[in-house]
Structure formats: structure tokens, C-alpha cells
Write a protein that binds this ligand. Structure first.
Ligand SMILES: Nc1nc2c(c(=O)[nH]1)N[C@H]1C(S)=C(S)[C@@H](COP(=O)(O)OP(=O)(O)OC[C@H]3O[C@@H](n4cnc5c(N)ncnc54)[C@H](O)[C@@H]3O)O[C@H]1N2
Ligand code: MOO
Length: 396
């Protein structure tokens, strides 16, 4: 992969992952449906509202009874919002009615309590009312058989609400891409423990887990291989590969003596090498028991940016999520870039559509990445940029 460009590597990853992205569908309950993507359009089984009901707490009336101006009517009953069909409203009478309650046959308008004067069981209504006033007609929102939600919709709370309102308890969604995350390095320990000399907290496990889930995919297993033993990594992967669509790894692919991912993938026909990218120079691809493996370099900034450039766009597309936003901005200060490498510098947007570099190019500068809100994408051939020059930025 010596002179492989970022675009060529991205195309390679896309082709390796093509089959993993062709997910099936599954039915989930509404409680599990938030953030999922509809597999097909959902039609309404019912009219909404389900029945003609009152929009106000008030009195159900016949508009024709009020035509003469101020009218006095006997209150002959009460209709709460509850199960059941109320009796027909007799002419020249009224019933108390609550918001959401069935409007009785015979009534065609509701007078809100604040527009009426009640003395004992007699109500005075001070002016004529029009037919349909404060009455919510059956089917005025949705009619049975029409589309409630389209296919390929990323489900938010408002979508779940309309399904529930129509009496639907589960929905057919696209299956999520199932991802195994592997972090490697004998130096790695769990955050929260005390780090001895030479030990490093595993930041990539947390970062990849969150990034994968933010892209709408599912993390089915997370392995921290804290030995340099490729056989042990092999055994850990055997246990989880059958339930995975993709294996993502971090670390162990460079030029050292103990490169556990390289040692695992090489005998399996994996491709390990360098591409023209910084950070993220070392990259590898392979296959483990038929599951595609995409391997990122271990430096935390390299891992996170590699995921964002090569895998996140594919996962977002299959999950119905929008692509990361690319915007042209102008540089606050001069920037130098390494010739022959596509650089993704950490940037922070400032007022006036400008962007400033917030960290050096070192791929261990994890706080610098945390301080950024965009990546500044500098082409391979560009080496010197001046304040005020336009650059392309990728929103994080
Ligand atoms: N002789 C050469 N050495 C290196 C080269 C090279 O071309 N020739 N490339 C350098 C570049 S660039 C990178 S990037 C790294 C990639 O190496 P690996 O993928 O083998 O990663 P490791 O050596 O395992 O780790 C690198 C670095 O990152 C830290 N790390 C690893 N995993 C995690 C984690 N889960 N959480 C936090 N930090 C992690 C690790 O401690 C190392 O400091 O190789 C260069 N070397
Ligand atoms: O290419 Mo490496 O990923 O810069 O540290």
C-alpha cells in the first residue's frame, strides 16, 4: 500500500465492507425503535383521531339550538374522556364534555366552559356558535390506509408517537451492522485503574464503541488484547466472529517487533502497509473467518480519524444518518503540511466562517482532537497555506 491514496484506500474499504452493509430487516418494539431506520413505509391501520372528540372542556351543543343569540339549555349529563359511546344529544339540551371525550351524536359543536355561565343545571350561552367549532373530526389527521411514515426514515420520538397513537406496537426496521471492536497493546489498561510505569489507558476502545454506535451500528463484542500474542487474539476472535459483520481493530500494525494484528492477519492474507495520510499512515485490511477486518493504527488520534474517514461514512449511510458536513472555510493563520500526505489537521471554527488549527500534527495529541470541532482536509500536493486561504473542513 506504499503510495495508496486516501481515496483509493477508502474505495478498498468500501468494497471489502459492501456485503456487511447489505443488512436485512427485523421487527422491534417501539421501546427499542428509537434511532432505527424504517425498512418499509408504515401505513395507518386506523383513522386519527380514532373518533370525533372534543377539543375543549365545555358543553356539547347543537349549533342550530343557539342561532337566536343568547340561549339557555338544561345540562342533562356529563361525558368524560373514557371508554364507551355516549347517548345521543336530545334537541335543546346540552351535556358537559371533557377534552378528548366522544362528541355524542346529535351534537355538532362544543362551547368552552369559559364562554358559558352555569347556574345549577342550566347553562347560558351568550352567542351563536358555528357547526364544527371545537370538534376534532375522526380522520382529520390521518385516514386509514394512508402512509404514516416513509421507508428509510431515521426514527425519532415524534415518529414513535404517531405509531403508538395509531395502535402500532412494533415496526420493521433495517438490521444494524454488527461490529466487533478490538484494541491491542500489552501497555493497555482500563480507565479507572492506577497506571504503572509504561501503562496506557485504553482510549480507543471507548472511542470506537461510541463512534460505532453514533453511526447507528451495534457493538456486539469488545476485546482488549493486552498481550502481544496473536494466538490469543485469534482465540478471542473465534468466539465472537460468527455474530459479527465487521471487525475493527486498533494498534499492532506498524513496523515493531510485537505487532499482534499484523501477525494475526498476515498468514490470513491480510494487507498491511502505509497510505498517504497523516495521521493514519499505517492501515490494514483482512478477513477473519469470512468477516472483513479493518485495522487502524493505535495512536488515538489516528484510530479516531481513520474510523471517521474510512468506516463512518458507510455506517451512516446504511443507518439512514446524514453524511458528515463538509464546508469550505478560510484559515486564521498560515499552515504548513507534509508533502505527499493528505493531512487531517484538528481545527476549531471561529466567527466569520474561519477555522484555526488547535493542535500539532502528532497523532498522540488526544486532547487536541477533543478541542477540535472539524478536521481540516489538506490535499497531498499542498504544502503551504496562508492565512485567508480556503480549506475544506469536515464536521466532527
Ligand atoms: N519504524 C516505524 N515506526 C512507526 C511507524 C513507521 O512507519 N515506522 N509508523 C508510526 C505511526 S505513523 C503510527 S500511527 C504508529 C502505529 O502503530 P501501531 O498501529 O502498531 O500502534 P501501536 O504501536 O500499538 O500504538 C501506537 C501508540 O498508540 C498507543 N495506543 C495503542 N492503542 C491504544 C489505545 N487503545 N488507547 C490509547 N492509546 C493506544 C500506544 O500506546 C502507542 O503509543 O506506529 C508508528 N511507528
Ligand atoms: O500515521 Mo500515524 O497515524 O501519524 O501516528
Amino acid at each position: 500500500m506504499a503510495h495508496t491514496s486516501v481515496d483509493a484506500h477508502a474505495a478498498r474499504v468500501r468494497s471489502i465492507l459492501a456485503r456487511a452493509m447489505a443488512t436485512g430487516t427485523e421487527r422491534v418494539t417501539l421501546g427499542d425503535a428509537l434511532g432505527r431506520v424504517t425498512a418499509s413505509a408504515v401505513l395507518s391501520p386506523v383513522d386519527l383521531p380514532l373518533f370525533r372528540n372534543s377539543q375543549m372542556d365545555g358543553f356539547a351543543v347543537r349549533a342550530a339550538d343557539l342561532e337566536t343569540g343568547e340561549t339557555t339549555l338544561p345540562v342533562v349529563g356529563e361525558i368524560p374522556a373514557q371508554r364507551g359511546t355516549p347517548a345521543m344529544l336530545a334537541p335543546h339540551t346540552t351535556v358537559r364534555i371533557m377534552t378528548g371525550a366522544v362528541v355524542p351524536e346529535g351534537a355538532d359543536a362544543v362551547v368552552p366552559v369559559e364562554d358559558a355561565t352555569v347556574v345549577d343545571d342550566v347553562v347560558t350561552i351568550h352567542r351563536p356558535r358555528s357547526v364544527g367549532e371545537y370538534v376534532r373530526e375522526r380522520g382529520s389527521d390521518v385516514t386509514a390506509g394512508t402512509e404514516l411514515l416513509p421507508a428509510s426514515l431515521h426514527l425519532a420520538s415524534r415518529h414513535l408517537a404517531v405509531l403508538a397513537a395509531a395502535g402500532i406496537s412494533d415496526v420493521e426496521v433495517r438490521s444494524r451492522v454488527r461490529v466487533v471492536i478490538v484494541t491491542t497493546g500489552a501497555e493497555l489498561i482500563e480507565p479507572g485503574q492506577t497506571a504503572d510505569a509504561g501503562q496506557v489507558y485504553d482510549a480507543n476502545g471507548v472511542a470506537l464503541d461510541a463512534a460505532v454506535r453514533a453511526c447507528g451500528a451495534e457493538v456486539v463484542a469488545a476485546i482488549r488484547n493486552d498481550t502481544d500474542d496473536a494466538d490469543q487474539l485469534h482465540d478471542s476472535l473465534v468466539a465472537v466472529a460468527a455474530g459479527a459483520d465487521i471487525i475493527l481493530t486498533s494498534g499492532g500494525i506498524s513496523m515493531g517487533q510485537h505487532e499482534v494484528v499484523r501477525d494475526l492477519l498476515t498468514p490470513l492474507g491480510g494487507r498491511i502497509g502505509h497510505i498517504a495520510m497523516q495521521p493514519g499512515g499505517p492501515q490494514a485490511t483482512g478477513s477473519f473467518e469470512g468477516v472483513p477486518v479493518i485495522s487502524f493504527p493505535g495512536n488515538p488520534v489516528s484510530t479516531q480519524i481513520s474510523f471517521e474517514i474510512f468506516v463512518a461514512p458507510l455506517l451512516r449511510r446504511v443507518a439512514g444518518l446524514p453524511a458528515a458536513i463538509r464546508t469550505s472555510r478560510t484559515l486564521v493563520a498560515d499552515v504548513a503540511s507534509i508533502p505527499g500526505k493528505r493531512q487531517f489537521l484538528r481545527g476549531r471554527t471561529v466567527e466569520g466562517g474561519r477555522v484555526e488549527v488547535v493542535a500539532g500534527p502528532g497523532s498522540h495529541l488526544v486532547a487536541g482532537l477533543a478541542a477540535s470541532d472539524v478536521l481540516i482536509d489538506i490535499p497531498e500536493s499542498t504544502t503551504d497555506l496562508k492565512a485567508g486561504d480556503a480549506v475544506e473542513t469536515l464536521q466532527l
